[in-house]
Structure formats: C-alpha cells, structure tokens
Design a protein around this ligand. Structure first.
Ligand code: PLP
Length: 373
C-alpha cells in the first residue's frame, strides 16, 4: 500500500458535480474577475466566519501584508510572530516594510508562547501576528489581554486552521482581522492560489478592497494599490468546498484520534498536543522525534516504506541561509522550542479522504521503526 500525503484528486472526485457546476456557472457568466461568484463566496465566507466583512485576495501572503498596510503599519513598526511558522508570515511583514520580531513557541502545542510575546514587546511594537499552527488556534484570550495592555493590533494568520476554534472564542472574535490562504493543500483549498481576510472593521474592508484592485473602488478612479484579487473560478471552487468543510474537519479530528491511539507508547516520539476544549482541525498531524538525530532517519524509513511523510518546517526562518537578508528583524531569544520543533518534526499523511486502512498501515509502519532502524 502507498499512502499519499495529499488527497486533492480524491476530494475533487467526491464533490465533482458541485465544483463543475460552479465552474460552469462562472464560465458562462462571462465575468471572471470581481464578478458575481466572488461576491457570493465573500458573502458565504462572512456568514461562515461570523465576520461583518470578508474580502477575497490573491493568496494568503497578500492577505497578511494588505491587512498590515490597511492598518497603516510600515517601516519602524515591529510585528511579533512565531519563529516556527511558514516563511510567508515573516515575508509578509517584510513586504509591508515592517520589522519581524520572531518569538518562541509553546513547549507542547507549538503555537506562539504568550510569555515570549510579552517579553519581546518594545516601544516600537505595533501588532501581534499569532499563527494558528498545524490547525490549532493560538491562545487568543491571552494574546488579546497582552494586546489590550499595550494597545496593539492583533492579526491572526489562519492559513492553517480554517474552521478551528478556541475554548471560549471563535477565530476572529479577539482580533482586528483574520488572514487565510486557500492554496491547494489548505483545509479549505482551491486548485491554485487564493486567500482572504475577514474582519469586523469597516475601514480595513474598504481599504483592502481598494488596495487589491489597483487602488480603485470606482471605474477610472485610482490611488496607488496592487493587483491581488481572488478569481471567480477559484471563488466557485471554494464556495462548493465551503459547504463540506465542517464535515472534513470532523474527519481530520477522527483520523488524529486514530493516530493518537495507535502511536501511544512509541517512546521515540512526541505526539501533537491539543489544548483542552479547543477544536484543533489538524491541517497537519505533526509528530516530533524525541531525539532530533532520529528525524531524518525516521523520515527516510517512512518514505522508503511508501508513507509519504514530510516536514513542516525543518529549517526555522532564522536558520535559513542568508537570514535576515538585510530585512528588519529582531529575534526574541531564546528560541529553544522553535528550534527543537524544526529539528524534530515529521508530518504524517493527513487529509479527510485518507482511508482507515491507510491510517492503520501508517501507524504500523511507524510502530515497526525501532525493529527496522
Ligand atoms: C502559516 C502560513 N502563513 C501564510 C501562508 C501563505 O499563504 P499563501 O501560500 O497562500 O501565500 C501559508 C501557506 O502557504 C501558511 O501556512
């Protein structure tokens, strides 16, 4: 048996009629950019998230920097985020001309550590950008408290946790804006690039809508902006998929429970840690080898035995070659947990269409590793 890492085609086949119908509708409408399907999807997204406004943009990275710009953040302003995130979070901070302050993650959940955030605050700090890593919400209640104390914006990087929730809060409830990515492999992903922002602030909505469209809200009237729009074909695919997302998240949670039970007792591993009461939607099922030296060996063994496991992310941002490339950056040292995470992480196959047999096979191969080392 070969266990793939992604299930994009399986997912398409399962809801082909719904996706094809929406694509046909767009193709026949003759309106492909900022057309009726985008409007419809934005309304559905706002309704789903409970936000007043949802704006589709070109990708998740643009969603972040467009939001930073809409908030007036720029050179000299420090934005605090995870050291252990996908590169794009820091990149978006730099694109907006701001300073990226990279801080450590929690020892267990790998989400941003509020104590590290607090320690890193300076006179220049303007915003916290917590990343809901691997599908689990950061402790937004604690982040909000810090933000209120220091008068900071909070912008959630929710690229990995669509449909997740905290214990007593929804994503978006305790922040100024939420940014997400719809790239193929995300929990809600299109067949290409896409992104969105949702917010309750009308001014963020108004500014981002103009910025994404060459600074124009009205034909022939412009101020400097960009081109970063969510195409209607992608909006149609996402609209079809949005109707299934809760069920898909439930299946991810079910698979995670199977992995948790099956891998319990593997003394060479640490398993993911979900905060009690949180809805962790397992964008990734991330395990860590207790001994960093084991990681590459275990990964190679899994791949050799037909399990397509990967790493997210094996080189922390501050360890990338050439870092920080002259970009304004500050490190909230120590970054011990983020570095352990990078050196030990392995993502096992995780997508809703994974079969129980594939999950059981993956568990067995992992469990057999000590005998085959
Ligand atoms: C945490 C995080 N932030 C930002 C992004 C950027 O999204 P995109 O690739 O759509 O630009 C991604 C994913 O790619 C991500 O995982």
């Amino acid at each position: 048996m070969k266990v793939p890492f992604y299930g994009h085609v399986r997912q398409y086949q399962n809801i082909k009629a719904e996706i094809d119908a929406n694509m046909q509708e767009v193709l026949m409408s003759g309106q492909y950019v900022q057309g009726p399907m985008l409007k419809k999807f934005e309304e559905e997204l706002a309704a789903y998230t409970g936000a007043k406004y949802a704006i589709g943009v070109g990708n998740g990275t643009d969603a972040l920097w467009l939001t930073f710009m809409a908030l007036g953040l720029g050179p000299g302003d420090e934005l605090i985020t995870n050291a252990n995130t996908f590169f794009a979070t820091a990149e978006a901070i730099w694109i907006a001309g701001c300073t990226a302050v990279l801080v450590d993650c929690d020892e267990k959940t790998r989400c941003i550590d509020p104590a590290a955030v607090r320690k890193a605050i300076s006179k220049r700090t303007k915003s916290i950008v917590p990343v809901h890593l691997y599908g689990q919400c950061a402790p937004m209640d604690e982040i909000r408290k810090i933000a209120d104390e220091y008068g900071l914006f909070v912008i959630e990087d929710n690229a990995q946790a669509f449909d997740a929730r905290g214990k007593n809060f929804k994503i978006g409830e305790l922040s100024d804006a939420v940014c997400t990515s719809f790239i193929i492999q995300k929990n809600l992903g299109t067949f290409g690039d896409g992104g969105a922002i949702w917010t309750n602030h009308q001014y963020i909505n108004d500014i981002v809508r103009k910025l994404r469209n060459h600074g124009s809200g009205k034909r022939d009237v412009h101020s400097p902006g960009f081109n970063s729009r969510l195409d209607d074909l992608h909006a149609g695919i996402l609209s079809a998929k949005l109707k299934h997302i809760a069920k898909w998240s439930d299946r991810r949670i079910e698979i995670a429970k199977k992995y948790d039970a099956g891998l319990k007792g593997c003394d060479f591993l640490d398993l993911p840690n979900a905060r009690p009461g949180y809805r962790h939607v397992y964008h990734l099922y991330e395990i860590e080898t207790k001994n960093p030296a084991d990681r590459d060996v275990l990964l190679a063994y899994l791949n050799k035995n037909d399990i397509d496991a990967k790493t997210h992310y094996s080189i922390a941002i501050h360890k990338q070659e050439g870092f920080p490339w002259g970009k304004p950056t500050r490190l909230g040292l120590p970054l011990t947990n983020a570095e352990k995470n990078a050196s030990s992480c392995i993502s096992l196959p995780m997508f809703p269409e994974l079969t129980d047999e594939e999950v059981a096979f993956t568990i067995q191969v992992v469990r057999d590793w000590p005998k085959n080392k």
